[in-house]
Design a protein around this ligand. Structure first.
Ligand SMILES: Nc1ncnc2c1ncn2[C@@H]1O[C@H](COP(=O)(O)OP(=O)(O)OP(=O)(O)O)[C@@H](O)[C@H]1O
Ligand code: SF4
Ligand SMILES: [Mg+2]
Length: 351
């Protein structure tokens, strides 16, 4: 995807910039490509949704960004910069300096973020000690109450004095988000963090994220299986398949007029999206991608596949000056260009 990367100026510095990232896993007999050729810019106050089937590399991407990779997994190409400073590249790992301080992370399972034997107060205090050591005891206490209130917890004192098991699932996830944001990071990575919640709590947590972004200018990477949720929350969407971005663009454009057959297939599998047509899952499963893999990763499942799709790596087709685009040589038709009056006022596809 590097060919279409937009030149960045200091004034437009993204909160997070990922260039041509490649992450490999060494196995006894092979090397797997877990993330390959990924480019992404994330600006302050922007919400990027990362969607894709199980195994497409979403969590690997999140764990790479915070330097929590398994021992057999390494970054073998590309770079990641946070606020303009390089933190990851082959042989370079400065993620410890940004993890928790400039990047907060929330996982699907709150128990991964919470320590079961420490009260919430102690856990928040530990984060503040590590990342805001200049705060006095009273200031830290006030910050803890404030962050819990921001999480719509109306009895912060009780929650501060509770162990995780004394809280409901929704409260635990709110506390997990509080732990991720109490140090005031510029970037929050949320990996399926609403998946385990009931629909009402899920909507409340999504509203919290929306407020965090609007009020604090946080840049949010929101990983989800749920396209409707992504449609509701995200400014931009990255559709991942087999460790690559299949398609990247503004949410409405990607969801209303997908160019990549995989994006279209994902959408056809969402019941309310398919109201006009049959609901179809995508037959087959994603391939195991080794470093020897050639051709399009989606070819085995794609209704448009031909020999050209199988014979060589598929180049990224990008819009000039942006990182938006798709990885397909036989894309679906583009949405018709907006009429001049619509274009002047900003069309639906612009967001
Ligand atoms: N340490 C590892 N060694 C080998 N393969 C790995 C390793 N870690 C992850 N993988 C593989 O990488 C692929 C991507 O996994 P990942 O967890 O990133 O997917 P995901 O998109 O988050 O899926 P899900 O939606 O189920 O959470 C999977 O095929 C997984 O088996
Ligand atoms: S490159 Fe070919 S196989 Fe791959 S998504 Fe496009 S049409 Fe399908
Ligand atoms: Mg995952």
């Amino acid at each position: 995807m590097t060919a279409t990367a937009a030149p960045q100026t200091a004034a437009a510095e993204p909160a997070l910039r990922i260039d041509d990232l490649r992450v490999e896993a060494r196995l006894a007999d092979d090397t797997l490509l877990l993330v390959d050729g990924l480019d992404l810019d994330l600006r302050p106050g922007e919400i990027v949704g990362v969607v894709g089937e199980s195994g497409s590399g979403k969590t690997t991407l999140v764990r790479t960004l915070i330097g929590l990779l398994d021992k057999n997994v390494t970054v073998t190409a590309g770079a990641v910069a946070v606020g303009g400073e390089q933190v990851l590249a082959p042989g370079v790992d400065r993620t410890e300096a940004v993890r928790g301080a400039r990047i907060g992370t929330v996982f699907q399972d709150a128990s991964r973020s919470l320590n079961p034997v420490l009260k919430v107060r102690s856990q928040l205090r530990e984060v503040l000690k590590a990342h805001k050591p200049q705060l006095s005891k009273a200031e830290a206490a006030e910050k803890m109450r404030t962050v819990l209130r921001r999480m719509q917890i109306d009895d912060p004192e009780r929650v501060l004095g509770s162990y995780p098991h004394q809280l409901s699932g929704g409260q635990r996830q709110r506390v997990a988000i509080a732990l991720a944001v109490v140090s005031e990071p510029q970037i929050v990575l949320a990996d399926e963090c609403t998946t385990a919640l009931d629909v009402t709590t899920q909507a409340e947590v999504v509203a919290l994220f929306r407020d965090l972004v609007a009020e604090l200018g946080v840049a949010l990477v929101f990983v989800t299986h749920d396209l409707l949720l992504a449609a509701d929350l995200c400014d931009r969407i990255v559709v991942m398949y087999g460790g690559q971005a299949a398609e990247v663009g503004p949410t409405r454009r990607v969801l209303l007029a997908p160019r990549h057959p995989y994006s279209a297939g994902l959408l056809a599998a969402v019941p309310s999206w398919s109201a006009d047509g049959p609901i179809r899952g995508i037959d087959g499963s994603a391939p195991r991608v080794t470093t020897a893999f050639s051709g399009c990763r989606f070819a085995g499942r794609c209704p448009r596949a031909d020999d050209d799709c199988r014979s060589a790596p598929i180049p990224w087709s990008g819009a000039a000056g942006t990182r938006d685009g798709y990885r397909c040589i036989h894309p679906l038709a583009a949405a018709p260009a907006p009429a001049p009056a619509q274009a002047a006022s900003g069309s639906a596809a612009d967001r």
